[in-house]
Design a protein around this ligand. Structure first.
Ligand code: AMP
Ligand code: ZN
Length: 494
């Protein structure tokens, strides 16, 4: 079976076949770096990360490009307000975005920055003007003439018949029902950043940035373009108009849009007090793996309602998976194989694959892996799991994790980094006791833990219980839980 994805352009679920054999070229609209990213932004970025990981797992050679919008209306406004250059203003938030992405185990795409492509944007606009798709106004701004592009509205399914030719809009974000010519290039305003280019001084509009960078990186026609659902209109509609007007070719074949995230049933907003960045949640003591898990639980086209109860149950789901692997890798099983268990492993892999091929049905893929965990735990308890079943079960789990990315137990150092950041920026008051407990203690490496366990064993064998108790207490203080089982001592992190 091939991967099937909902394509906003056709309004249908379609089989996904790239243009060029085994190569997939995809682009996602990245962050506008004017603030810390919130969980809504990361819902979209994680949805695209899952798609990217699954395409690679399916054997495709994927080139995945993401832009950093480091110049736009909001950035210009904020940097002028703070009296710093656009570059100074955005450097901080670009760094924060990359750190937060790594915290959530998002694999890094090829990154491109708008401010490094200003001349290419000016050239693109000059070309559009030459072809009659763009015009210059008296102040030196340029607009796209949508009356020249009759297919305008084909992505957002808006009918713009009877629009007024020449009516203009010059802000980047607008939700007008009647189409207007949108700004490609904005003439300098006092106190704002501007660049000197072949079409005169000024700065680009937001939409032209993505057309220029995606086509430069991926060619005039590529496979897939992604973003949150709010970008369908005007941003992506405008990208199509600009790009297809210039190249005369279809710009993108599959348009992938993630549905907006709600928080406790409401639209996220600062005034409602339900606006959370990744750092806010970690400061409250939530693990990055729980946040990632929660954001993957609901298929990308369904409404995801972010709740704190959901975050708690996400933590326990991740814990269950990690414990499952821990048990499999540390228990001594009787030799031989149980065909029911090897069968379970291959069925699970097949079920996960067909779930993800069904328009990335993450919920169904997760249900498949939990069925496997439940059945094989039951088999372990009744002695029905054998040594040769371990590897197939672990491989199924690894396949799952290649896409979902939560098994690696690295929450503690990630949380510690956010704790240090909070102290550095004066947010000590926001550090919760849970975060202190989980990340405040000195981190022991796996080798250090093993070393201390060996010392503890030696002390116990020498009947030096005082020393072995002291070592156990030291490990407990570092968040290491030591368990004595019939197969020997094992440990895990809290
Ligand atoms: P921005 O930084 O505002 O340009 O947005 C970056 C990405 O996050 C875009 O793809 C947006 O569509 C997406 N996004 C913004 N808010 C939400 C939300 N509440 N839920 C899901 N995606 C969002
Ligand atoms: Zn974009």
């Amino acid at each position: 079976m091939a991967l099937r994805l909902y394509n906003t352009l056709s309004g249908k679920i379609e089989e996904f076949h790239p243009l060029d054999g085994n190569r997939v070229r995809m682009y996602a609209c990245g962050p506008t770096v004017y603030d810390y990213g919130h969980i809504g932004n990361f819902r979209t970025f994680i949805a695209v990360d899952l798609l990217y990981r699954f395409l690679r797992q399916s054997g495709y050679d994927v080139r995945y490009v993401m832009n950093i919008t480091d110049v736009d209306d909001k950035i210009i406004l904020n940097s002028a307000r703070d009296g710093v250059t656009v570059q100074q203003y955005t450097a901080k938030f670009t760094k924060a975005f990359l750190e937060d992405s790594a915290t959530l185990s998002i694999e890094q795409p090829v990154l491109v920055r708008a401010t490094e492509h200003i001349n290419a944007m000016a050239d693109f606009i000059a070309e559009l003007a030459k072809k009659g798709f763009a015009y210059r106004t008296d102040d030196g701004s340029y607009y796209f003439r949508i009356a020249k592009f009759p297919e305008y509205g084909k992505l957002s399914k808006k009918d713009f018949a009877g629009m007024t030719d020449g009516a203009r809009v010059d802000v980047d974000e607008y939700d007008k029902d009647n189409a207007r010519d949108f700004a490609l290039w904005k003439a300098p305003k006092p106190g704002e950043a501007w660049w000197d280019t072949s079409i005169g001084p000024g700065r680009p509009g937001w939409h032209i940035e993505c057309s220029v960078m995606s086509m430069e990186q991926l060619g005039p026609s590529f496979d897939l373009h992604a973003g949150g659902e709010d970008l369908i209109f005007p941003h992506h509609e405008n990208e199509i108009a600009q790009s297809e007007a210039l190249s005369g070719k279809q710009f993108v074949r599959y348009w992938f849009h993630a549905r907006f995230l709600l928080v406790e049933g409401q639209k996220m907003s600062k005034s409602l007090g339900n606006f959370f960045t990744i750092r806010d949640l970690v400061l409250r003591g939530h693990k990055p793996s729980s946040i990632r898990w929660l954001l993957t639980q609901v298929p990308y086209r369904n409404q995801l309602n972010f709740t704190f109860d959901g975050l708690k149950s996400a933590a326990s789901s991740v814990e269950k998976l990690r414990n499952f692997r821990f048990r499999l890798t540390t228990t001594q099983f009787p030799t031989g194989a149980n065909p029911a268990m090897t069968g379970l492993a291959s069925e699970t892999t097949a079920r996960m694959k067909s779930a993800l091929e069904d328009d990335l049905n993450t919920a169904e893929a997760q249900a498949a892996v939990f069925d496997m965990v439940r059945k094989s735990n039951a088999a372990q308890d009744s002695g029905g799991l054998r040594k040769d079943d371990v590897q197939p079960l672990l491989s199924a789990l690894e396949k799952f994790d290649e896409v979902f990315g939560v098994l690696k137990d690295d929450d503690q150092p990630k949380m510690k980094a956010i704790l240090d950041w909070a102290r550095a920026v004066g947010r000590e008051n926001d550090i919760s006791p849970t975060l202190m407990e989980l990340a405040g203690t000195a981190q022991l490496s796996d080798e250090q833990v093993n070393q201390k366990l060996a010392e503890m064993e030696a002390a116990r064998k020498a009947r030096n219980f005082k020393a072995s108790d002291a070592l156990r207490a030291e490990l407990a203080a570092a968040g290491i839980i030591v368990e004595n089982t019939k197969d020997g001592v094992r440990w895990r992190r809290k």
